[in-house]
Design a protein around this ligand. Structure first.
Ligand code: C2E
Ligand code: MG
Ligand code: MG
Length: 570
């Protein structure tokens, strides 16, 4: 055992050394001494020893300061504080700043030292384990996001001092969800572990590989003299995914999307957040290029990121600037083509800018979380219109409102819905929420409570864009949904693709079997409508019947329609 004693008094040191030799008589310790606490290599020496004993009173230096400084450097060498006299205040401070024990010099015995050192070592060992736990991903043993962020900051500093290149890789596995959902979590876990260990073996010891979340990984490559070296590593990284991953009898061909941002020694923005944003932008580009590809951050992505930031800002102010509007698209009952409901669809009338549709701005609102306020606005506006129709004596139909999973998970979502329904005196049965199949599948555990709570008061739930999100069929019977909306991509190919026709057929049978109403979305042509009729669709929606209409037009359509039922009296 290597023990360091920091004490400015030689007589005291010799005494302590004697006790130490007696305390560990069978396994003689290697004791070193530092008499000058101002020694520049003090911290290095502390780190190089198994345990350290420090005197409290050393002229201008105190033992407490040394311990505080050492812990501040993240050292895991346990330090025992020694004092000349028993002092309650020093004892308290020592405990507070992380000394592993506090001993009074004139009470020292070999037995006491032996026990104190053993306990200190064990205590530090536990602390080390706990801290590793907090910074490590339990499944793969890689660094977790917290450690990754810290290391990235440090690496950026180092690359600047050493004038070297640094690269940040963000890696997202393609279709990992399918493996997880189809073959179960043990298979998914095995894939993640294999990818983690293959990636770790590709990089140098000084580089860092981390698991940042579900199927997302991050790699920081540091200390490269040439940009070209990093480009070569990109190919190496993609090779991680070349060989299939074996799990039992199964063989998985897992691929990835890779976004890369390189920081050259002269780059002016040296912030970790700037670099992460750049790599994220590159990853986004890689994904939009199709699966299994990579992209480097470049000027074009920079322009896109700036544009996205501007859009995000403008969207955050869209409600106060009164730029949002609801359109309504009728749904019809298939057999008589009469209106039986409508979907509220959000429009953003952005001033002085190119028009942008909800498929593009909703994801931005989700990323920046302003979907929470926007979602509330959409629901209140829907209820406000419904109240206005009823007050004008117009028979109403159930209205569908699209909700984002982020909105549903926001605290107070259920309360807000209930409060709004009460305020506008709307029967909950006249509201139908639509959630996309993808969101439902990926986040069902976080949504279940809210779905049930609103289903309990009579609101309906519909699964939107059904057929593209890999629903686990076994789950469909357990969730409180009453409708599925077949994705329009199938409907639109119903005449040209035998596969689409079969899917339409199967989903129709499935809905029938599970007692769910089936809505066919995106019906554009008479011929599609007629083909669908053969499959006995319950409800249909699409440009063939009506485009989404502004409120005024929809109101007149409602007032002229022969609606067969009125809402329950409220
Ligand atoms: P969605 O919920 O699947 O809505 C149906 C989309 O299909 C609408 O696009 C509608 O205009 C379009 N559509 C309807 N019939 C046809 C057709 O016959 N042919 C074609 N080609 N398209 C048709 P829109 O309004 O652009 O909305 C796109 C998506 O944006 C919606 O898909 C929904 O996921 C989302 N969205 C719209 N409003 C909201 C909202 O208030 N909140 C949330 N969270 N999402 C919304
Ligand atoms: Mg919808
Ligand atoms: Mg849809």
């Amino acid at each position: 055992m290597r023990i360091l004693v920091v004490d400015d008094d030689e007589v005291d040191f010799l005494l302590i050394e004697r006790f130490l030799n007696r305390a560990f008589a069978s396994d003689k310790p290697d004791v070193s001494w530092i008499s000058d606490p101002g020694d520049a290599s003090l911290q290095k020496e502390i780190n190089g020893h198994d345990i350290c004993l420090v005197d409290q009173n050393m002229g201008a230096f105190s033992g407490i300061d040394i311990i505080r400084n050492s812990n501040g450097h993240g050292s895991f060498t346990p330090i025992i504080l020694l004092t000349g006299e028993d002092n309650h205040e020093v004892d308290r401070q020592a405990a507070e700043i992380g000394a592993t024990d506090y001993l009074v010099k004139n009470e020292l015995t070999a037995t006491l030292l032996n026990r104190s050192i053993r306990f200190s070592l064990a205590q530090m060992q536990n602390q080390k384990k706990l801290s590793e736990y907090a910074y490590t991903d339990g499944l793969t043993g890689l660094a977790n996001r917290i450690r990754f962020d810290q290391t990235l900051e440090l690496a950026i500093g180092t690359s600047e001092r050493a004038a070297t290149y640094l690269a940040l890789f963000l890696i997202d596995l393609d279709d990992f969800k399918i493996i997880n959902d189809t073959y179960g979590h043990p298979a998914g876990d095995h894939v993640l572990q294999t990818v983690a260990s293959r990636m770790s073996s590709m990089v140098r010891k000084t580089d860092i590989v981390a698991r940042l979340g579900g199927d997302e990984f991050g790699v920081v490559l540091n200390g490269y003299k040439h940009e070209q070296d990093i480009k070569l590593l990109t190919r190496k990284m993609l090779r991680v995914f070349e060989d299939p991953i074996q799990f039992g009898d199964q063989s998985f061909h897992c691929k990835c999307s890779l976004g890369i941002a390189i920081l050259n020694p002269e780059h002016p923005d040296r912030s970790a957040s700037g670099l992460t944003r750049a790599a994220d932008g590159a990853l986004y580009k890689a994904k939009s290029n199709g699966k299994n590809s990579f992209a480097f951050f470049d000027e074009e992505i920079g322009v896109l990121l700036t544009k996205a930031a501007e859009t995000e800002n403008a969207l955050a102010n869209a409600i106060t600037n009164e730029e949002l509007e609801l359109f309504f698209q009728p749904k019809v009952r298939a057999y008589n083509q009469q209106i039986c409901g409508a979907e509220a669809l959000l429009r953003w009338n952005r001033k002085n800018a190119e028009p942008i549709g909800p498929s593009d701005f909703i994801p931005i609102a989700e990323r920046s979380l302003c979907i929470r306020e926007i979602g509330q606005w959409v629901f209140e506006e829907t209820c406000r219109h419904m109240r206005a129709w009823m007050d004008a004596g117009i028979a109403i139909v159930p209205i569908s409102v699209n909700v984002s999973p982020i909105q549903i998970q926001t605290e107070g979502f259920v309360k807000h819905v209930k409060r709004t329904l009460r305020a506008y005196r709307i029967d909950p049965k006249m509201i139908e929420f639509e959630i996309t199949e993808t969101a439902l599948v990926q986040q069902f555990n976080h949504l279940e409570k809210q779905l049930k709570a609103l289903a309990d008061i009579g609101c309906k739930w519909a699964i939107d864009d059904f057929g593209v999100g890999y629903s686990s069929l076994s789950r469909l019977k357990d969730i409180p949904v009453s409708k599925i909306k077949l994705d329009r991509s199938f409907v639109q190919q119903i005449e040209t693709s035998a596969a689409s026709r079969k899917i339409c057929n199967v989903v129709s049978l499935l809905a029938n079997e599970l007692d769910l109403v089936l809505v066919a979305e995106g019906v554009e042509k008479k011929s599609q409508f007629e083909t669908l009729m053969l499959l006995a669709k319950d409800e249909m929606q699409g440009f063939y019947f009506s485009k989404p209409l502004p409120n005024r037009e929809f109101t007149s359509l409602l007032s002229e329609a022969e609606i067969q039922y009125l809402p329950a009296s409220v």
